[in-house]
Design a binder for this molecule. Structure first.
Ligand code: ADP
Ligand code: MG
Length: 469
């Protein structure tokens, strides 16, 4: 394998510089964000730290990477037939899905969204899980399937410790959920008990997983080389197919498994300080404005929930320093945390792709700002720098995974609105991964709805494994 020289890497990972009529102003602005533009040496250092944290995590040593065993030892083999259910909790919507499989591939899908009121999201877990069970029953009965035994895969996108494929202990609630009595309990058991209380269907909960794992499995039905699942949505995480003999944490009896999906939980990468060398004042402020401070360090650099805020914090700083929107009325709304969402960053980035300024003006207009040409260039530059850093960070980790997996060809299945809608992430990632993992053949594919379809597919795998025992 030929490692490209660092000057080549350095050249490729830079975003185009800022062009302003005032050279001193340009210099000052570039200095403010200089730490967000990594040198080749910094990129290599991040890669080393990621590899080291992965190794520690998999050997159950202290690490910011949990490297959770998902207990999914194989993908679909083309023999799966029949009807499978999925329950998707923890994404933007709560849904129940039915998937019909023929020869291991989905041939029909039914899906229904349900609303979970805020009163159910906090308080005791029993009413919440009773409601989840009620929705499952409602859906199954509407499909006329109440007398048929249906395996269900439960996508529970919250931090959990898995003891087996169907035991997931909730570590902590996140997002808008907080039912304290469910913490340290098995989410599958809570759901089974609620289904038993109703006793009006024959649904069997056979697997618990998160959206990332679902994405890998869903991706494998689109491309059989899929060995990595990646989420770039509200949050960010990745999982991959690991050699079973490398995995120490395995609580169930082994049956000669050759591989298993490992959920990296990379959102928390750096929570122990190992990434502090890239942390900027902007990141500190972004963290301070977040719901749970001092956690999810890596996610706060890259994910949809935060990227807009990073941009906003930088723009607010430049404004305060008199380098941006000079002479404009202080744009109060821009100084409010959370006011600049990541979809707006995508919208501005589209201008950079097209060489235009219409979207940038439109976004700034929403903040009551009428920008001049320099303001537009600066705002576009900041969006590019923040987005580019996100793309590079994700690419560094993916490149390390390709080396670790060490296969002829690896497909990376990606889900999430950030990846889907940001106009430059995919292109940057393709370029950066090639450079950081030279000689590795890989492909990035969209695997939509891993948290839904993927869960139904995992229930099919779980059922097949059960039958074999
Ligand atoms: P979830 O991660 O909750 O399952 P999504 O994958 O749809 O759901 O991700 C939603 C997140 O994606 C939002 O929080 C937002 O930050 C981000 N997002 C939505 N639209 C865009 C866009 N056009 N460009 C970039 N990010 C977006
Ligand atoms: Mg999702």
């Amino acid at each position: 394998m030929v490692v490209p020289p660092d000057h080549k890497l350095h050249e490729v990972i830079q975003v185009s510089g800022l062009i302003l009529s005032d050279d001193i102003r340009r210099q000052k602005i570039e200095n403010h964000v200089a730490k967000m533009r990594f040198s080749a040496a910094t990129a290599r250092k991040i890669q080393d730290v990621f590899i080291s944290e992965m190794n520690k995590g998999i050997h159950q040593q202290p690490s910011s990477l949990q490297m959770e065993n998902t207990y999914i030892p194989e993908l679909l083999d083309g023999t799966e037939e029949g009807l499978y259910l999925a329950l998707d909790l923890g994404g933007t919507n709560f849904r129940v899905l039915l998937l019909e499989l023929a020869h291991g591939a989905p041939v029909r899908q039914e899906v229904k969204r349900y609303y979970i009121g805020s009163e159910l999201r906090v308080g005791s877990a029993i009413p919440l899980f009773d409601y989840l069970a009620e929705c499952v029953s409602d859906f199954v009965i509407a499909q006329g399937l109440q007398d048929i035994e249906l395996p269900l895969g439960f996508t529970f996108s919250f931090p959990m410790v898995q003891h087996s494929l169907d035991v997931g202990i909730l570590v902590t609630w996140t997002k808008s959920f907080n039912c304290p009595d469910a913490v340290n309990k098995d989410a599958v058991r809570l759901l089974r008990e609620a289904l038993d209380r109703r006793d009006d269907t024959k649904v069997k909960v056979v697997a618990v997983l998160n959206d990332t794992t679902g994405t890998l499995v869903q991706g494998s039905t689109l491309d059989h080389n899929t060995a990595i699942g990646l989420i770039l949505g509200t949050g960010s995480n990745a999982c991959y197919l690991e050699r079973a003999d490398r995995v120490e944490h395995w609580e169930t009896e082994r049956h000669g498994e050759r591989q298993v999906i490992i959920d990296i939980e990379w959102g928390a990468f750096g929570d122990n300080g190992v990434l502090d060398f890239i942390k900027t004042d902007f990141d500190r402020e972004n963290d301070a404005n977040s719901l749970i401070v001092n956690s999810f360090t890596f996610e706060k650099y890259i994910a949809g929930k935060y990227l807009g805020e990073v941009v906003r914090v930088i723009l607010a700083r430049l404004t305060k320093e008199g380098l941006l929107f000079v002479g404009e009325n202080a744009p109060q709304s821009l100084l409010t945390p959370g006011s600049l969402t990541t979809d707006l960053v995508s919208h501005i980035e589209q201008d950079s792709v097209d060489g235009g300024d219409g979207n940038t003006k439109e976004v700034l207009g929403k903040f009551g700002i009428v920008p001049d040409q320099d303001d537009i260039r600066i705002v576009q530059y900041v969006c590019a720098v923040a987005s580019n850093r996100a793309a590079l960070l994700v690419s560094i980790c993916l490149a390390s995974l390709l080396d670790r997996i060490d296969r002829e060809q690896v497909t990376i299945a990606v889900d999430g609105s950030l990846y889907k809608h940001h106009p430059r992430l995919e292109g940057w990632m393709t370029k950066y991964i090639s450079l950081l993992a030279p000689g590795r053949k890989f492909k990035l594919i969209h695997a939509e709805d891993g948290s839904g379809k993927g869960a139904a597919l995992v229930s099919a795998i779980a059922q097949r494994l059960q039958k074999r025992l």
